[in-house]
Structures are given as structure tokens and as C-alpha cells.
Design a protein around this ligand. Structure first.
Ligand SMILES: Nc1ncnc2c1ncn2[C@@H]1O[C@H](COP(=O)(O)OP(=O)(O)OP(=O)(O)O)[C@@H](O)[C@H]1O
Ligand SMILES: [Mg+2]
Length: 293
């Protein structure tokens, strides 16, 4: 079984903007019984940035998202949302933070017994109780129009396609105007055309709403389309780069060599003398990634 080794995204391209991380994950460890799933995951995502997390099945991508949302607790390590460590929060406080997080679960998870309209209205009904009915209806219509589903308000989830269900899931994730968007496999199970449509939609939403987004995916093509940075998670391997691979790794104009250490971890050596070992990249900005994914 694969485990997540170490992922460090300490100085990504977005840091050049000088803005603080919206989501900062540090040294997360998580085991289930004797199975270690997360083994020192560190990453940071800033406003307006999309990080794609790639990795084979079972590497702990969904567990990582669930820990960020606060649905699962790590064994050690921290998750900070807007600088606030979520570990010490009570349910009320966590609920408030979650309101600013839109998430799409791996299996679209629409409520089967509710219409499309009711599904999108659900978070508003529960978290914006003061919102008048007419305003809520208008907001739901607007959200569904944003994802191209304005014609399906009264349909049941079982009566729309998988791609349409993902669109509705996205509309629901956006209902509370989140500043963090977490998507778990938004294109899984879709045909290539529907998947490309979802990618375009995710890009459009990100351009319009400037959220800090983490998108978990198996699909490298999709990741390259939607993300500013990519993190690939794999047993003993960590590779991190921008979404525009070139034939070599570059850092600050220098060339990075990628070598494989005896324990399988990839070691990054930069011409400026920096050495990135054990998957921890300590001094890189805006490098491109080559090699195979
Ligand atoms: N609640 C749990 N109890 C026990 N084991 C769990 C639990 N949640 C996840 N796991 C295990 O942790 C590992 C990682 O699971 P996770 O769902 O995060 O994988 P993933 O990378 O999202 O895979 P996929 O790409 O197939 O969705 C798996 O081996 C899974 O069985
Ligand atoms: Mg998963």
C-alpha cells in the first residue's frame, strides 16, 4: 500500500504575491491501525491559487481533504485556515470556518431525495436562515446558471448525467461564497468531453471567485488544465511543480537536477547550491517540472 511521504509546498508561485496562505497544512501524519497513510504532509495554498494533488488510488488524497475540512483528525501535525489552527476549535467554531469552505466529495454526494434546486438551496437554508425565501430562490437560480444548469431546477439527481451532477455539486459548494474550494476527483467517472467541460468550469469559477483551491485528481491532463501548481503523492516520492512542465526542472533561472535517493525519495539539487532533500523543497519559486508523471 502506498503511503504519502512528505509533501512540501512551502514557497509556491503564489507566494510571490506576498499573500499569506489561506490553507496551511504542516507535517500531517495519519495512520489507520498499522497502515500509515499520511507521513509528514506539508502544503500551503493561497488566495487565487489552485493546487492539484495527484496520486494513485489509496495514497491518502481524500483523507488529506477530510482532515483539512476537519472531518477527520490527524494523529499529529496541524491544519491552519486563515492562520487559525483548527485542532483547538469546538464544533461551533469549526462550523463557522467550514462555512467558508466549499467542498465537493469524491462521489458527488447530492441528496438523492432532493431536487437539483433543493440540493443547492440546502446550505443556504441551514446556514443563512435569515435569508428571505425569494432571495434564496434567486441565489440558487444564479448559482445554477453559473454552472450551466439553469434548465434543471426541478430534476432529481437520478435524472441528470454524472457531469451534470458534478456541476450541481459545484453550485452547492459555492452557495455560501467560500474562499476555499476543495474538490475531490471532480472529473472522475466522466467521459473526456464532460471532464473537459468540468475543467473549464472549475477554471472559470476560480477566475471569477479567486478562491484558494485544492483539487484532488487522478487525471494529469485535468490537473495541468486547472492548476497553478501540482503535487504528486506517491510511496516515497514527492514531486512538485508548476502546471507548465518543461523538459527540465528550473528554479530561479537555475537548473534543478532530480535524483533518486536510496530510500526512493526524490532529491532536488539546484544550481544555486540549494539542496532539497527528503521531499522538502525549502527555497523554490516558480519552477517548472519535467519528467514523467
Ligand atoms: N476511516 C478509515 N478507516 C480505515 N482506513 C481508512 C479510512 N479512511 C481511509 N482509509 C484508508 O486510507 C487509505 C487512503 O484512503 P483515501 O481514500 O484517502 O485514498 P485516495 O488517495 O483518496 O484514493 P482514491 O484515489 O481511490 O480515491 C486507504 O487505504 C483507505 O482504505
Ligand atoms: Mg479519494
Amino acid at each position: 500500500m502506498d503511503t504519502i511521504a512528505q509533501v512540501a509546498l512551502q514557497r509556491g508561485a503564489a507566494e510571490e504575491n506576498g499573500n499569506a496562505p489561506v490553507v496551511a497544512v504542516e507535517d500531517l501524519h495519519k495512520s489507520f491501525g498499522t497502515q500509515q497513510v499520511l507521513n509528514g504532509v506539508t502544503l500551503a495554498v493561497r488566495r487565487g491559487e489552485t493546487l492539484a494533488v495527484l496520486g494513485r488510488s489509496g495514497t491518502g488524497k481524500s483523507v488529506l481533504l477530510r482532515i483539512i475540512i476537519g472531518l477527520q483528525k490527524p494523529d499529529s501535525g496541524s491544519v491552519r485556515i486563515h492562520g487559525q489552527d483548527i485542532a483547538g476549535l469546538n464544533l461551533d467554531q469549526l462550523g463557522k470556518i467550514r462555512m467558508k469552505m466549499g467542498f465537493l466529495f469524491q462521489h458527488a454526494a447530492l441528496y438523492d431525495s432532493l431536487t437539483v434546486e433543493q440540493n443547492v438551496a440546502f446550505p443556504l437554508q441551514h446556514h443563512k436562515k435569515e435569508m428571505p425565501k425569494s432571495e434564496r430562490a434567486g441565489r440558487v437560480a444564479q448559482l445554477l446558471a453559473e454552472v450551466g444548469m439553469e434548465g434543471s431546477l426541478t430534476k432529481m439527481p437520478s435524472d441528470i448525467s454524472g457531469g451534470m451532477q458534478k456541476r450541481v455539486g459545484l453550485a452547492r459548494a459555492l452557495a455560501l461564497e467560500p474562499d476555499i474550494l476543495l474538490l475531490d476527483e471532480p472529473t472522475a467517472g466522466l467521459d473526456p468531453i464532460s471532464a473537459a467541460e468540468i475543467d473549464d468550469l472549475v477554471l472559470k469559477l476560480q477566475q471569477e471567485h479567486h478562491m484558494a483551491s485544492i483539487v484532488v485528481t487522478h487525471d494529469l491532463h485535468s490537473a495541468k488544465t486547472i492548476a497553478d501548481r501540482l503535487a504528486r503523492i506517491n510511496a516515497g516520492n514527492v514531486v512538485i511543480g508548476t502546471a507548465n512542465p518543461s523538459t527540465k526542472l528550473e528554479v530561479r533561472g537555475g537548473t534543478l537536477a532530480v535524483t533518486r535517493s536510496s530510500d526512493g525519495a526524490q532529491v532536488f539539487n539546484a544550481t544555486d547550491g540549494s539542496v532539497f532533500s527528503n521531499g522538502v523543497i525549502s527555497a523554490s519559486t516558480g519552477f517548472s517540472l519535467g519528467g514523467s508523471w
